[in-house]
Design a protein. Structure first.
Length: 507
């Protein structure tokens, strides 16, 4: 099944016209609504999508017209594979996966060429002997911005201590460096962030401390380990009584520093007040910079979707952080909440997958790394739950910070989305055309979802476009899982009854 339709896009500010082209790919027998998938992007002249269904793993290659060119099963992966990550290069894809072989957790990699050929033997990257109750995934994977270093790490707790083991590989999966670090750890009050690595091999992380796991952090250490060292520099954060959510770390390779961001509040559980921002230079002789940037009242009024303006940001979720060339950065956040038969869940008792947990790899056009999504609650497995859960995703907030940690503009994209029993059609995706950030999000229209389209310029101006109309009934687009595959093109997944399909949207 493949068909096209064209529509006219109207930009209100300024007024211009651009054609759109939407190409639907053919559906395969195993393209079921319950499957997991990841749109990997464009390899050579073909688009590649990873699919998993009942422990069977596939790569599907589509040509420029979204016709299936090749569909291969990855038989090399064990049945108990639990975590899969991908790193794309011009001539190949590295697939890093982990599994339990019955005796230990293993982390291994496959190399897949652009013609679909799988490397002869998997490459073992690491192993860990832990109890079966430790969870499905033990290892975390990080690719540097230039993709020349691949970091595989694990954090294992024993009593009141935590051991961090890092293993760094080159593009050929040759081991380059091993690090072992031990920290004191109180599981009831302390948590460690994900790691970030620079192109040069420096590491950054954060350790947060709170009174209980149900409260925000009242203290935090910014931690940096320079390449070649065996210890972390520790910088206690100056919070001045603020309480922090999860911290997000990004690497500014051009300006040689790590960037830390978190939402902060004036109370342990309520009253989101603004952003905590910090930068730590790679040069240990230079001090870190920190700032607490509260939301101005004018922004609260513009963002508020109902109720008190003082609580306008209570359900705000940090979604994306983008580093700018001048050393500043952009933060994108969104209002997300869940309601179950009248009860409103907050960021500390959220059911299923927690939207308040930032995912570093969520930024859809990150050229270095991608991670497959696993929907926590597709909604059709248990009919008895119908309409019991309501998922809402509302206004989008974008804020720009300069290199000195000062906010220089903000933009609010108003929207209201809600779905019952599944959150796969709410929230948004982003396409970066160079001159603008294009936000794509679902708009409910009778029996189908069209795609709303609003763009933000580099100076914060908002351009509103006509929606991408969908002429097919019962097609529910899922822009939050879209992937940018060209300068002005994205592949957007959709659900059609009990099937999942993919469409190429070109501007």
């Amino acid at each position: 099944m493949k068909f096209l339709f064209y529509s006219i896009l109207v930009v209100l500010i300024p007024i211009t016209l651009n054609a759109q082209k939407l190409t639907f790919a053919e559906l395969l027998p195993d393209d079921r609504a319950e499957m997991n998938f990841e749109i990997l992007g464009k390899q050579g002249n073909r688009y590649v999508i990873y699919k998993e269904w009942k422990n069977r793993h596939y790569l599907t290659f589509y040509n420029a017209d979204m016709e299936v060119d090749q569909h291969i099963r990855l038989k090399e992966l064990p049945d108990k594979t639990r975590g899969v990550d991908f790193i794309s290069y011009p001539d190949k894809i590295l697939m890093i996966y982990q599994f339990n072989d019955g005796k230990s957790f293993q982390c291994a990699a496959l190399e897949i060429s652009n013609n679909g050929t799988v490397s002869a033997e998997p490459v073992s990257l690491d192993a860990a002997r832990v109890s079966s109750s430790s969870g499905d995934q033990i290892f975390s994977v990080f690719a540097t911005e230039d993709k020349q270093r691949i970091l595989v790490y694990k954090m294992l707790r024993s009593g009141d201590s935590l051991t961090l083991t890092t293993r760094t590989f080159d593009v050929g999966l040759n081991l380059q460096d091993v690090g072992v670090f031990k920290f004191s750890y109180n599981k009831d009050k302390e948590s460690f962030s994900d790691l970030a690595m620079s192109n040069e091999g420096h590491l950054a992380m954060a350790k947060q401390t709170s009174r209980t796991r149900k409260e925000r952090a009242s203290a935090m250490n910014l931690m940096v380990c320079l390449k070649g060292m065996d210890t972390f520099y520790i910088y206690p954060a100056a919070l001045d009584g603020a309480y922090l959510d999860d911290v997000v770390i990004k690497t500014d390779n051009l300006n040689k520093r790590f960037v830390f961001n978190s939402l902060f509040a004036t109370e342990p559980r309520t009253m989101i007040a603004g952003f905590y921002n910090a930068v730590v230079p790679f040069n240990a002789a230079l001090p870190p910079l920190e700032a607490l940037n509260p939301f101005p009242d004018s922004l609260r009024s513009r963002f508020n979707t109902g109720g008190s303006t003082q609580k306008a940001f209570e359900d705000l979720v940090m979604k994306q952080v983008v580093i700018k060339k001048d050393g500043g950065w952009l933060i994108t956040a969104e209002e997300n909440l869940t309601i179950r038969t009248g009860r409103r869940y907050d960021r500390y008792d959220y059911m299923f997958s927690n939207p308040y947990r930032y995912d570093y790899y969520n930024y859809m056009y990150n050229p270095a790394f991608s991670r497959p999504f696993y929907r926590g609650n597709p909604g059709f497995f248990d009919p008895s739950l119908r309409n019991e859960f309501e998922y809402q995703s509302n206004n989008i907030l974008m804020i720009s910070f300069d290199p000195q940690l000062k906010s220089n503009w903000d933009a609010v994209i108003p929207k209201r989305q809600n779905e019952f029993n599944t959150d796969q059609s709410v929230s948004f995706g982003v396409m970066n055309s160079g001159g603008m950030f294009h936000f794509l999000y679902g708009l409910r229209d009778r029996n189908s979802l069209s795609i709303g389209h609003t763009a933000v310029t580099p100076n914060g101006e908002i351009n509103r476009f006509a929606p991408v109309q969908n002429r097919q009934r019962n097609y529910d687009f899922m822009p939050r899982y879209a992937k940018q595959v060209s300068y002005a093109g994205v592949i957007v997944p959709y659900q059609y009854n009990t099937r999942v399909g993919f469409a190429l949207l070109e501007f």
